[in-house]
Write a protein that binds this ligand. Structure first.
Ligand SMILES: [Zn+2]
Ligand SMILES: [Zn+2]
Length: 706
């Protein structure tokens, strides 16, 4: 015990994951106040003789703790820390200037860790706002959060163009060179409102803060921004940054509010990382389905139709229909019966299913006497069909499938190309079975999913076991802990039996049960659910579903919800990105284009087209009076699999010259042989994303797919 009442001992458990494990340990500090002045010292061993020289002036900040514990050099790398009063207590991220006044557990982070990088980028956003407001004093600032690979700032009353980026970046570099310290100041509500009176969005944020919330601002140079922090201690450490693009975004994500300008940007610890990131982004953009699909003429969108509502062209529809007939055939082979149920229903149906209680904000409700709503899922309709007749255990499993048009009221800011849309088509299905059949049926659903993935050559995916989150019981999830435990254990057992490696997603379950999700990443690395299989012990009870068992007693069945190819639009987006639009022969809308070199061959072109059409191939002629190079370009845009080029030579020899996607041309082919090659390809369904030579089941000894 220290006898001096002036002294206070602060015990700390300090960790820094960037340092070796043995560096994670306990320390004690003594702090004392002398008049207005504060002093601290690291306590080594027990009691120490009073030695004025060992005291250091200043309050005990995290920065000073890091210096004492790890040395000045190492401490420089720490930009933020997480502090917690006790082991189970809530923790928070704080600035390194944070003053310690009681016992704490703390962990330091450098920019190499996720937490540190977020603070680094968040501070970069403030620097960008500083630069904007010094170049354009009229700018109104809204919010500037960190996102997965960078940050953005929403601004108003400024017509920015990409051309302005350079000047903004130069200003940012200038501000960074000045090396401002981020100073935290806490204000009263009145002071804060007065300070930001010229900034209407900040005023709105302040007004919406809870009554007892601490209002803090951060000051760097003569720029002050509203923020709860934490930030980099000194902006000098920002080494590499770049403004990326502009977008429109509604204030607070609501269409009812004003559209603001969003500036996307990013920053990295090193210039080299930034350059690599930009290169990857440029490559990813070339694959973006939203660009590739539009260039190929598969879909368009229109502001009068609305956001998230793509219009598929005849070409795009061919693709969807081709996928659909493949999927429905695979489902039929596995005992599914296809249904056709209404796109909308009365709220009474969704009240039974629980959608009304748990999902209403994502539904389109049509006001009127009947209170109708567009369907977000097919389940309630399939259950109603099941209930329309009596079932004995001998009928089970009942496997319903539907190529189902569904509606979800996505946030306007969330929508993108074909991946986030308000109307979509789901290959939906429900297996209604006895509890004894669940495992086998679940595995058979998995087999269907795996088969579809393999035909589509989708290889890059992971399994996620999506669990509920107890704390949202009754709100986000049906309140039945026993049911949750049982179903999650069942899926776990199936995964184990099938030796499937997976990761867990807490709070990612459906409201009625856990899911096994198959996760894929888009071209920019963003993860999404492609396919899913779910066990549901809740909805059968709500819908009073039953079957008669062999003792003629009423029993409750179990439902498996599953999608086979998932949402057609989203899966199509992934396919387009995987192969930059160079879809395999069986999928590509433009399989063959027959191009004439001159008018004299038109009759021969028509003969070729007729012949190939008879073989059920997708073929069209281009006999326009244009240069061949122009016709080739047009066919390339649609990623046409084969171009058949017909000139005088081909007419004279009654042969074909076939140009492949690689640009390589093979001449002297007979129409009969070419037709056979195409038919074989059409039937093989296994040539997705072919980039070079691959097996083709044909007698012709040429490498025919490039
Ligand atoms: Zn901030
Ligand atoms: Zn369902």
């Amino acid at each position: 015990m220290n006898k001096n009442k002036n002294h206070k001992r602060i015990s700390l458990k300090v960790q820094a994951s960037s340092l070796p494990k043995d560096k994670q340990t306990s320390f004690s500090f003594l702090v004392k106040q002398d008049g207005e002045d504060f002093f601290y010292r690291l306590e080594v061993g027990g009691e120490r003789a009073e030695d004025t020289h060992s005291w250091k002036p200043g309050a005990l900040s995290l920065e000073r703790v890091a210096c004492e514990v790890y040395g000045f050099k190492a401490a420089e790398n720490f930009i933020v820390a997480r502090v917690a009063e006790n082991e189970d207590g809530s923790s928070s991220l704080v600035d390194t200037a944070y003053i310690l006044e009681k016992d704490m557990q703390l962990r330091f982070f450098s920019v190499k860790e996720k937490e540190g990088l977020a603070v680094y980028r968040h501070t970069s956003a403030h620097v960008m706002a500083y630069a904007l407001s010094s170049i354009y004093p009229e700018v109104k600032l809204a919010i500037g959060p960190v996102i997965e690979d960078g940050f953005y700032y929403d601004i108003d009353e400024l017509q920015l163009k990409q051309e302005n980026f350079e000047a903004i970046e130069e200003k940012m570099a200038e501000i960074i060179r000045l090396g401002y310290v981020n100073e935290r100041v806490e204000l009263s509500r009145k002071e804060a409102l007065e300070l930001f009176q010229e900034q209407p969005y900040k005023v709105e944020i302040i007004r919406d803060l809870p009554e007892n919330e601490t209002i803090s601002v951060y000051k760097m140079g003569d720029f002050i921004d509203l923020c709860r922090g934490p930030h980099l201690p000194n902006i000098k450490s920002i080494k590499a940054f770049k403004l990326l693009r502009l977008a429109g975004a509604y204030w607070r994500g609501s269409e009812k509010n004003k559209m603001l300008t969003r500036i996307y940007a990013t920053s990295f610890e090193h210039e080299k990382e930034l350059r690599l990131y930009i290169k990857h982004r440029e490559e990813a953009a070339l694959r973006d389905h939203n660009r590739v699909g539009r260039e190929m003429g598969l879909f368009v969108s229109d502001e009068y139709v609305g956001k998230g509502l793509p219009l598929f062209t005849p070409q795009g529809n061919i693709l969807l229909q081709t996928l659909k007939s493949f999927v429905e055939k695979e489902e039929r082979k596995r005992g599914y019966m296809h249904t056709l149920t209404p796109y909308l229903a009365k709220s009474s149906l969704y009240k039974i299913s629980g959608h009304w209680q748990h999902y209403k904000e994502s539904m389109f409700v049509i006001s009127g006497d009947d209170e109708l709503a567009l369907r977000p899922m097919t389940c309630p309709f399939h259950f109603t069909l099941y209930n329309s007749k009596r079932h004995s255990y001998r009928d089970l499993p009942v496997r319903y499938a539907e190529t189902s048009v569904l509606f979800r009221n996505e946030d306007s800011g969330e929508m993108h190309g074909l991946t986030r849309v308000r109307q979509f088509t789901l290959a939906d299905g429900h297996v209604i079975c006895t509890p004894e059949q669940v495992q086998a049926e679940f595995e058979s659903c998995l087999e269907l999913l795996m088969h579809i993935l393999s035909v589509l050559e989708i290889k890059d995916y992971t399994f996620r076991l999506s669990r509920w989150d107890k704390k949202d019981s009754g709100k986000k999830y049906i309140d039945n802990p026993v049911m949750w435990e049982r179903t999650e254990a069942l899926i776990e057992a199936i995964l184990r039996d099938n030796k499937i490696t997976y990761y867990e997603g807490i709070g990612e379950a459906a409201f009625y049960g856990p899911k096994l999700d198959i996760q894929t990443k888009n071209t920019y690395g963003k993860e999404d659910t492609l396919l899913t299989v779910q066990i549901d012990f809740a909805l059968p009870e709500r819908f009073k579903m039953f079957y008669m068992n062999n003792n003629n007693e009423k029993k409750e069945p179990v439902v498996i919800h599953r999608s086979s190819i998932g949402c057609y639009e989203r899966t199509l987006a992934l396919l387009l990105e995987n192969c930059k639009g160079k879809l395999p022969f069986w999928l590509i809308p433009s399989q063959i284009a027959v191009l004439s070199v001159q008018e004299s061959v038109h009759d021969y072109v028509k003969e070729i087209v007729q012949n190939l059409l008879q073989a059920d191939l997708r073929v069209k002629a281009n006999i326009e009076n244009e240069a061949l190079s122009k016709k080739i370009k047009l066919a390339q845009k649609e990623k046409t699999f084969y171009m058949v080029i017909v000139g005088e030579k081909e007419l004279a020899t009654k042969t074909l010259s076939v140009r492949m996607r690689s640009g390589k041309t093979i001449s002297g082919l007979s129409l009969k042989d070419f037709r056979e090659i195409c038919r074989n390809l059409e039937e093989s369904k296994e040539n997705l994303c072919l980039l070079s030579e691959k097996r083709v089941n044909t007698d012709i000894k040429v490498n025919f797919i490039e």
